[in-house]
Ligand binder design. Structure first.
Ligand code: IMP
Ligand code: MG
Length: 306
């Protein structure tokens, strides 16, 4: 997969966060272009007096991304421009990532300012054990009906999925095989070899009906990569079952055939899900709310007229 490689000696970015974001995209094999297009927003006669230039365009995902490290309360101006952009160019998809979104993205990969900040314990229970059990039983029934008469390979993505997978498979009343795969994730510590399958399926899935099982789909970048990989192995069919769908954070739009719950933009732990390897053993799913890191004095974001 071709990336738009950035020569080390000349990175085009005006702000280090943009650089880090590009590394994350590179890691997941998502192509990007930096500031490829400016959108005129306001004219004075024939002269353009206001433009907006989104930071990135991701051609595979047909998505523009604007990354702002300004504090949420300071982005009013940017929001206004974005509103105008959406009004005048309704055909384009654009997503604004705030400073908070960006910090959460880094924290999810295990680094960045939130990781150093105090993490209070579980703030609130989102899904109790009985609620999870009921929903997993429903999913099992639906899947059993949809695949009636077939044999299934259920393929879990380690490690967070093991609780869900163990419960789900016992609610499916079809002959099935169980397998797992593992995928490397972004760590930001210089390993830029890109995302890798660290353990592939052991079962030959060619010609088989495969149900890929995930604990949670967040940006969708992991799943996007896994689906591309698995399609090459020529399964008879390939569907996805995710216990949790954090849809508001999606960057890569991936189709989820079965979803347990749609969840808010919070960091979730328990029932297999971890934060830095902790909390997996809680029998319920809870919300962690790390405190926001302090705002640095000078933000360093470029002030170009865009
Ligand atoms: P994606 O590539 O951004 O969709 O990330 C998917 C992976 O990130 C999941 O399989 C989880 O391992 C992890 N993840 C995303 N959100 C959470 C969360 O709220 N709690 C724990 N792990 C998460
Ligand atoms: Mg996972």
């Amino acid at each position: 997969m071709a990336h738009y490689a950035v020569p080390d000696t000349h990175r085009p970015f005006a702000h280090p966060s943009e650089d880090e974001f590009a590394r994350i995209l590179n890691f997941y094999g998502v192509q990007w272009l930096y500031e490829p297009r400016s959108f005129p927003l306001r004219w004075d006669g024939a002269r353009v007096v206001e433009m907006f230039t989104p930071d990135y365009y991701l051609p595979d995902l047909d998505l523009y991304i604007e990354l702002t490290t300004l504090k949420q309360s300071l982005v009013t101006e940017k929001n206004r421009k974005l509103r105008h952009l959406r009004e005048q160019y309704p055909e384009i998809n654009i997503k604004l990532l705030y400073r908070r979104d960006y910090h959460r993205l880094l924290a999810k990969y295990g680094f960045g300012p939130l990781v150093q900040a105090d993490v209070p314990d579980v703030e609130r229970v989102l899904f109790t054990k009985p609620r999870i059990e009921r929903r997993v039983a429903e999913l099992g029934r639906t899947i059993s009906n949809d695949y009636a008469g077939e044999q299934l390979v259920i393929l879990g993505v380690l490690r967070g999925v093991f609780c869900f997978m163990a419960d789900l498979m016992r609610q499916i009343t079809l002959p099935l095989s169980v397998d797992f795969m593992s995928v490397s994730y972004y760590t930001g510590d210089g390993d830029e070899g890109g995302v890798r399958i660290t353990k592939g399926p052991d079962i030959d899935i060619a010609g088989r009906h495969v149900l890929l099982v995930e604990d949670i789909v967040d940006t969708g970048m992991t799943l996007n990569y896994l689906l591309r990989y698995l399609r090459e192995l020529n399964p008879a069919s390939l569907s996805v079952c995710a216990l949790l769908d954090k849809r508001v954070r999606r960057l890569a739009s991936v189709n989820l055939n079965y979803t347990g719950f749609e969840v808010p933009d919070e960091f979730l732990v328990g029932y297999g899900l971890d934060y830095l390897e902790r909390y997996r053993n809680m029998p319920f799913i809870g919300i962690l709310r790390p405190t926001e890191p302090p705002q640095p004095k000078s933000d360093g974001e470029k002030q170009s007229p865009k």
